[in-house]
Every structure is written in structure tokens, then in C-alpha cells.
Design a protein around this ligand. Structure first.
Ligand code: NDP
Length: 244
């Protein structure tokens, strides 16, 4: 372990954009060494964060995930926390959407997130210490039009996080769910149905603006930086004018 690091290693998935990128910047400012993971290297390297190991990773690749964590731990010491943030949202009406889009969301938002959990949990159990932060959504608590498969993945994140806490709390490991409402990021851009995208943009305008990535990063940091014996189990945050 690098003796000059007083802060501990945090792994962040989806660090190339949006909420993951804002979280990486904030935790770097706070002095944490970081393992930043995403499929695109360039936006992560462009952050030029100190003590940040950037690795190209598709989180659906479990072995590559484990290898990246091992490499970061050799450099910075044991993982103290993981922010399982990477996710995709492909909105669509169930009868019309290409079902391969459901597969992609299930693979990334559920199985990919579980790979993150898996990559850090045995070490945390051994050390009887750690924090797992899972980024879900308000859509993990309630439903929205044309969100069926996405909502299913986020209800899964809420459910598995609750069960994980039940399983890991006895080892001193905190499990925290962060559930943002609409946030200004690239998330919507991957939806292929143009009319759904335009309706969503209009909905955002009715709120007079949505959350920023920094708003969500602040919530993540707040929950993480509580004393280790305090587990903020869930933070649900949304723009004040977001009704549903
Ligand atoms: P962005 O699209 O801006 O960022 C998503 C990130 O996930 C990117 O860094 C992307 O990196 C990464 N990612 C996607 N697929 C994979 C993959 N297979 N392997 C590795 N990384 C991947 O969206 P947000 O910042 O908004 O999304 C972050 C999280 O917040 C998601 O889980 C999302 O569901 C959740 N959320 C977002 C809300 C919003 O309104 N924006 C509201 C509620 C929740 P790359 O493409 O380089 O791989």
C-alpha cells in the first residue's frame, strides 16, 4: 500500500460520464485513490485525476472486473468502497421495443452491478469492513411510462441491495442505495425511440431543470463519509419540481 495515501481506495463504475464522472472528481478532491472503470478510456483519462487508475472495462465481464480490482488493490491497498454506478436506460413500449434492449439493460444494470459486488465482497468480508454503494433510481421505487424493462432492472437493484445489506451487515459492511430522479446526463441519449426521447425532454422542462450529476455525487459522498457505524441505507433525491 502506498503509505502517502491517508484516504482509502474507492472503485467507481461508469466514470466516463455523468454521475460517475462527477463522483470521481469529488472523491479525488477529497483525496481518495480511485479505480475508474468504463468502456471508454479517453473521458476518464481526460479528468487527469491524481491517484486514479483508469481501466477500460465492460462490467458484464466478471473476470476482467476482478482483475481490475486486484490491480488497483496492489497499487493502492484494499478497496474501501465501490460505487456501482454504470447503467443504461433504453426506454420503449413493451410491445414495440426490440427485446435485445431488455437483455442489454438486464446484463448491465443487474448482472454487471452484481459483478461489482462480487469483485469486492470477499475481501470486505475478510476485513470486516467496507461500503457498497449501488446507484438505482426513483424508477426503482415506482413506475413511469415506457420504462418497463428499465424499471424492472432498478427494482432489482433496490431488492438485491436490501438483501445484500441483510447478508453483509454482520461483517460491518454498509450497503447504500442511491436513488436519483431525473438528472442531466447522457443517459437518455441511448434510447432509440425519438418520440420517447422528445417527450422525456419536455417532461424535464416542466420541472424547470433536473438534478445535476454533482447533486447526486454530493449525496453519494455524504452517505459514504458518515462514520462506519452509521449506514444511510437509502437516499432518494430528485428535483424539487419533479412530481412523480
Ligand atoms: P451516463 O450515460 O452519463 O453514464 C453512464 C455510465 O455508465 C457511462 O460512464 C458509461 O460508460 C457507463 N457504462 C454503461 N454501460 C457500461 C458497461 N457495459 N460497462 C461499463 N460501463 C458502462 O448516465 P448517468 O450518469 O445518468 O447514469 C449513471 C447511473 O445513474 C445509471 O445507473 C443510471 O441508471 C442512474 N440514474 C440516472 C438518472 C438520470 O436521470 N440520469 C436517474 C436515476 C438513475 P461507457 O459508455 O464509457 O462504458
Amino acid at each position: 500500500m502506498n503509505a502517502t495515501n491517508t484516504k482509502l481506495l474507492v472503485v467507481i463504475t461508469g466514470a466516463s460520464s455523468g454521475i460517475g464522472q462527477a463522483t470521481a472528481k469529488l472523491l479525488a478532491q477529497q483525496g481518495h485513490p480511485l479505480l475508474l472503470l468504463a468502456r471508454r478510456m479517453e473521458p476518464m483519462e481526460a479528468l487527469k485525476l491524481p491517484n486514479a487508475l483508469c481501466r477500460v472495462l465492460d462490467i458484464t465481464d466478471r473476470k476482467a472486473f476482478e482483475a481490475a480490482v486486484k490491480e488497483a488493490e496492489e497499487k493502492f491497498g484494499p478497496v474501501d468502497a465501490i460505487v456501482n454506478n454504470a447503467g443504461i436506460m433504453l426506454l420503449g413500449e413493451i410491445a414495440q421495443q426490440d427485446p435485445t434492449q431488455w437483455d442489454q439493460m438486464i446484463d448491465v444494470n443487474i448482472k454487471g452491478l452484481l459483478n461489482g459486488v462480487y469483485s469486492v465482497t470477499s475481501g470486505m468480508v475478510q476485513r470486516q469492513h467496507g461500503t457498497i454503494i449501488n446507484v438505482s433510481s426513483v424508477a426503482g421505487r415506482k413506475f413511469f411510462p415506457k420504462h418497463v424493462a428499465y424499471t424492472a432492472t432498478k427494482f432489482a437493484v433496490h431488492g438485491l441491495s436490501e438483501n445484500l445489506r441483510e447478508e453483509l451487515s454482520g461483517y460491518g459492511i454498509r450497503v447504500i442505495t442511491i436513488a436519483p430522479g431525473a438528472t442531466e446526463t447522457a443517459l437518455l441519449s441511448h434510447t432509440t425511440d425519438e418520440s420517447i426521447k422528445s417527450d422525456y425532454q419536455n417532461w424535464k422542462q416542466t420541472m424547470g431543470g433536473v438534478l445535476s450529476s454533482e447533486n447526486v455525487a454530493n449525496a453519494i459522498s455524504y452517505a459514504y463519509h458518515q462514520p462506519q457505524n452509521v449506514c444511510i441505507r437509502e437516499i432518494v433525491l430528485a428535483a424539487t419540481r419533479q412530481g412523480p
